[in-house]
Design a protein around this ligand. Structure first.
Ligand SMILES: [Zn+2]
Length: 164
């Protein structure tokens, strides 16, 4: 019954980096634009491994960011994209965060070249953040067996018509 605790105020200055919050906001914004006003059921996201997103945080912030938008209550499915770096010195390519890590916590990201141990590298992939696709809810099929296709229905404020 207790309301949601809003511990996170608009604080400025040194504080925890709410990395996932800005990502969540971005995801909701893209999904909203794509949905065209229809309620969103599922949002599919791809996140590169180098983004080092904490899944629980992203779920939490997505729910918060979606509140009051067409994404409210939507499920978020996301998958990690593999990461790949290329050494600037010897052009070796390697995955700094290989998949077989048992948990995300144990994910050891090695940014040094396995060939020459150089720290200079370019990111080939792994820092992506993509909204891959969304599913929108079908406009209520129960409401009426379509006399006509009602596309792009907008929520227009209907002035109360007096019964008569
Ligand atoms: Zn190298």
């Amino acid at each position: 019954m207790a309301g949601p605790e809003t511990a996170a105020g608009p604080r400025r200055g040194p504080g925890p980096d709410v990395h996932e919050l800005s990502i969540a906001n971005e995801i909701v914004a893209v999904a909203e634009r794509t949905a065209g006003g229809l309620p969103v059921a599922v949002v599919r996201v791809k996140v590169g491994r180098l983004r080092q997103v904490v899944p629980e945080y992203l779920d939490f912030y997505f729910e918060a960011a979606a509140r009051g938008t067409v994404c409210e209550g939507a499920a978020m499915e996301w998958e990690r994209l593999p990461s790949l770096l290329r050494c600037d010195q010897c052009a070796t390519e390697w995955d700094p965060a290989p998949a077989p890590a048992r948990t995300e916590d144990e994910l050891l990201v090695d940014f040094r070249c396995p060939g020459c141990r150089s720290g200079l590298h370019s990111v080939v992939s792994g820092d992506e953040l993509l909204v891959e696709s969304i599913d929108v809810e079908d406009p209520d099929p129960q409401q009426g067996r379509g006399p006509g296709p009602e596309a792009g229905r907008k929520a227009s404020p209907a002035p109360g018509k007096g019964g008569g």
